[in-house]
Design a protein. Structure first.
Length: 183
């Protein structure tokens, strides 16, 4: 198996990906970031996320995915989404889950939440960190389990990732994305 790992998240100025109810609020949704994210996911072989993370885009049902859950033991096809495999990492490793999902190579997009992002921290080739500096979500859910004790930048750097040049996604709201790459 040969994979390239990429992470994708948009965070508020305080490093949050969701509000205190663990829901991504509309204040963190921007057309520029949405387009960037959707175009990226249309190119990947597999998406990995937790039960509460889903991109909800027109092409979502067509995308192969692993959904992490502790509610099952054996790998199984999600009864509601035929392209999705339910995966409990305590009972099967990533490679076995990929084999079950019939994915042997390509780019794997990790799209959250915090525990899922953390699981792949030492595998990322690139982590795409989108930032909404005008949004604050006090008491929200950090993008990584170490946030807010550390900033998202500090967490990525601590795992050997280095920031590249920021790209402007939406100038009106100062929405940028920075590729953090492993050297």
């Amino acid at each position: 198996m040969s994979f390239r790992f990429e992470g994708y998240v948009i965070v508020s100025a305080d490093g949050m990906l969701a509000d205190a109810r663990h829901v991504m609020p509309d204040s963190l949704k921007f057309e520029g970031d949405k387009r960037f994210f959707e175009e990226a996911l249309d190119r990947v072989a597999l998406i990995v996320h937790g039960r509460h993370s889903h991109e909800g885009q027109p092409n979502s049902p067509k995308r192969k995915r692993l959904i992490l859950t502790r509610k099952i033991k054996a790998l199984t096809v999600d009864p509601e989404m035929p392209n999705a495999t339910l995966w409990n990492p305590e009972h099967a490793n990533f490679e076995d889950a990929c084999a079950f999902a019939d994915v042997a190579s390509g780019t794997v997009a990790i799209i959250g939440g915090p525990v899922v992002f953390d699981m792949f921290m030492d595998r990322y080739d690139t982590f795409w960190l989108s930032e909404a500096p005008q949004v604050r979500l006090p008491g929200g859910e950090g993008c990584f389990t170490d946030v807010p004790a550390r900033t998202p930048h500090q967490v990525l750097a601590a795992h050997g990732l280095n920031p590249g040049a920021k790209l402007m996604l939406e100038a009106a709201h100062d929405i940028t994305v920075t590729p953090w790459r492993r050297r």
